[in-house]
Write a protein that binds this ligand. Structure first.
Ligand code: IPM
Ligand code: MG
Length: 368
């Protein structure tokens, strides 16, 4: 088998800065452990718009469909706010998700011991927290038709449609049950079956998959609003949460914030297996492009580096190396290294983006 291929799309804002640090990590694995990747880099989002007047060039899309994994930084920025809807940076990301058919979006919310104090919740509520949100990513209200803004009589009406096929619910439910088997063996499914028919179908379908294939996994259901409340009240009750595209967008931001810093959280978006048995996959940090701090060396590269760790685990069968990378990050944090987003304690001088990258490379070197 040839080298594994990786397409890197740094994107906008702090995306390119954090990706420089990921490249250091990738290079380290190549030079020290012989884990070589065939890396290509390309544009997405505002950066692609500036170069090609489109947030994702067809050639880039084609490349993404032909690599083992895609690693993306972030897209968007105020410069692009007034663009036509279909040219906005976010459309580039949504096209990647849709055309790669990345239906299962894994968003871990994990609390690093060294950072438990950063949460806005009490330390005892979040310390040791480790939950996984599985968000359906290619359907639901994000993509349903009809959509648009139409004129009815004297006023305009904005329309979006929530729509789920059984098969779409089944496959993301399977993905959540499979994950749960390798973790705490519990799934909580969230929808609003009390007010939405799509929620009724969601609940019935998750139950059906559960009974037929995963009856040994513990399953519960919650309305998404109650779920949001429970996430803030006692998040450790959850192991895996499976939910639709829009609820997943919102609940995953809530869960992310519980852990103390958005700058720490990675994500994986997985599709059906390719010919080589690996899932189609795109990895990206949960945080956005943070235009307010872009170019100042203040960004935390850890979320993006942890996204690469997820790639090692889910795309490249390198779970041991993923553990090594995650452990190295833990070690750096427990020694007190902090980027700007993690300040709070007195007397700590923050590391710049590149100093944090270097510290993680050093910790990796100590791990062999
Ligand atoms: C996310 C983001 C995206 C989404 C945007 C940038 C399109 O908020 O990945 O959570 O809404 O899915
Ligand atoms: Mg979001």
């Amino acid at each position: 088998m040839g080298k594994s291929s990786l397409l890197i799309l740094p994107g906008d804002g702090i995306g390119p800065e954090v990706m420089v640090e990921v490249r250091k990590i990738i290079d380290w694995f190549g030079s020290n452990l012989g884990l070589d990747f065939d890396v290509t880099e390309d544009l997405v989002g505002g950066a692609a718009y500036d170069a090609h007047s489109t947030p994702l060039h067809d050639e880039t899309m084609a490349k993404a469909l032909n690599v083992d994994a895609v690693l993306l930084g972030a897209v968007g920025g105020p410069k692009y706010d007034n663009l036509d809807f279909n040219l906005k940076p976010e459309r580039g990301l949504l096209r990647l998700r849709k055309e790669m058919d990345l239906y299962s979006n894994l968003r871990p919310a994990q609390c690093f011991d060294a950072l438990a104090d950063f949460s806005s919740l009490k330390t005892e509520v979040v310390s040791g927290l480790d939950i996984m949100i599985v968000r359906e990513l290619t359907s639901g209200i994000y993509f349903g038709e009809p959509r648009g803004i139409v004129t009815e009589g004297k006023e305009r009406v904005g329309i979006n449609t929530q729509r789920y096929k059984e098969s779409e619910i089944e496959r993301v439910a399977r993905s959540a049950f499979e994950l749960a088997k390798r973790r705490g063996n519990k799934v909580c499914s969230m929808e609003k079956a009390n007010v939405m028919e799509s929620g009724v179908l969601w609940r019935e379908t998750v139950d059906k998959v559960h009974q037929a294939e995963y009856s040994d996994v513990e399953l519960s259901h919650m309305y998404a609003d109650a779920g949001a409340m429970q996430l803030c009240r006692w998040p450790k009750q959850f192991d895996v949460i499976v939910t639709d595209n829009l609820f997943g967008d919102i609940l995953s931001d809530t869960a992310a914030m519980l852990t103390g810093s958005l700058g720490m959280l990675p994500s994986a978006s997985l599709g059906a297996p390719m010919e080589n048995g690996r899932p189609k996959a795109l990895y990206e940090p949960v945080h956005g492009s943070a235009p307010d701090i872009a170019g100042q060396g203040k960004a935390n590269p850890i979320a993006c580096i942890l996204s690469f760790a997820m790639a090692l685990r889910y795309s490249f069968d390198e779970g041991v190396e993923a553990d090594r990378l995650e452990q190295s990050i833990e070690n750096v944090l427990s020694k007190g290294a902090r980027t700007h987003d993690l300040l709070g304690e007195e007397g700590i001088t923050p590391l710049s983006t590149s100093e944090m990258g270097d510290a993680i490379v050093e910790a990796l070197a100590e791990s062999v």
